[in-house]
Design a protein around this ligand. Structure first.
Ligand code: OMP
Length: 285
């Protein structure tokens, strides 16, 4: 099962999920001068990141907005990056955060679990109801695909809706309880299901309870670095060092910019950022 593969990748390489949220402003001038087309510029930058981090990175997450923003060429870069990651047998998350009625969800599932944009995992927004999540399950049945569903997000606005008290319990617990129950049908060999949850590392209140309640849920934990979450915060969502991957996008892909000699030492500074994040989270090899 794909979740077992992720578990093993984390064991072997650490908990880092690199977010390839590639804004043109993040790309060094030499790449922009060397390649003419936007798709090639973005892909070459992504490849440079991947090539120097693949041995110390559990999974890569591509936030699709960064590709859609550059139109057709952006989507070509998205496809090329996914193809390249697949050729390396590296795991991928398509961060698409979809949520819609069943007939539309069927097409989102086809669009991101098959064809040009095929990934191993996608992110989903459950706040339209559970019938917006279940259409993806036919892909889970075979064991090769998984989902990460928003539970409690990393943004300050998480408190506006996700924290609302519903029948004496916060709304995100209602989501979590249902996902945990649905996940029992898709259990992998290490005790985690193909239905994972997204929990922002920026909020740590109730982190211990969340980890405790949702034993079979693998977590995608964003918010590290640029949004302020620290190793000790995200660690609360892990279970003996596994059970979750921690995403950092800007913190890794713009790490080279923090150094005067960054462009000439791009690989060195990018790797250093991943190593120091792994260590901060508490990964021990
Ligand atoms: O689903 C996500 O990945 C996500 C959920 C969430 O609660 N917060 C959050 O920041 N994200 C994503 O995680 C990434 C965070 O990027 P950085 O803040 O640059 O590390 C972005 O791609 C966000 O869209």
């Amino acid at each position: 099962m794909i979740i077992d593969k992720l578990y093993k990748e984390v064991q072997a390489k650490g908990n880092v999920c690199i977010g390839l949220d590639t804004h043109l402003d993040y790309i060094p001038e030499d790449i922009k001068l060397k390649y003419k087309d936007v798709d090639e510029i973005i892909f070459r930058f992504n490849k440079k990141i991947i090539d120097c981090t693949e041995d110390i990175t559990a999974i890569y997450k591509l936030q699709i907005a960064y590709y859609e923003a550059y139109g057709i060429k952006g989507l070509i870069a998205y496809k090329k990056t996914l193809e390249y990651l697949r050729s390396l047998k590296a795991l991928t998350i398509g961060d698409i955060k979809r949520g819609d009625i069943q007939s539309t969800a069927d097409m989102y599932a086809k669009g991101h679990f098959e064809g040009d944009f095929e990934v191993d995992f996608i992110t989903l927004n459950p706040y339209m109801g559970f019938d917006s999540i279940t259409p993806y399950f036919k892909y889970l049945d075979e064991g090769n695909k998984g989902i990460f569903v928003l539970l409690r997000t990393s943004n300050p606005g998480a408190k506006d809706i996700e924290y609302l008290d519903v029948n004496g319990e916060k709304l995100y617990y209602h989501i979590g309880n249902k996902l945990e129950e649905l996940g029992t049908k898709y259990m992998g060999q290490f005790g985690y299901s193909l239905i994972g949850g997204v929990v922002g590392g920026t909020h740590t209140d109730e982190a211990i309870e969340i980890r405790e309640r949702y034993k079979n849920m693998y977590f995608l934990i964003p918010g590290y670095g640029a949004q302020g979450a620290k190793g000790q915060d995200v660690n609360l969502y892990l279970n003996n060092g596994n059970g979750g991957v921690v995403n950092s996008s800007r913190g890794i892909i713009t790490a080279y910019k923090k150094h005067e000699d960054g462009i000439g030492n791009f690989e060195k500074y990018t790797r250093e950022a991943v190593f120091s994040m792994r260590e901060d989270i508490g990964y021990e090899k």
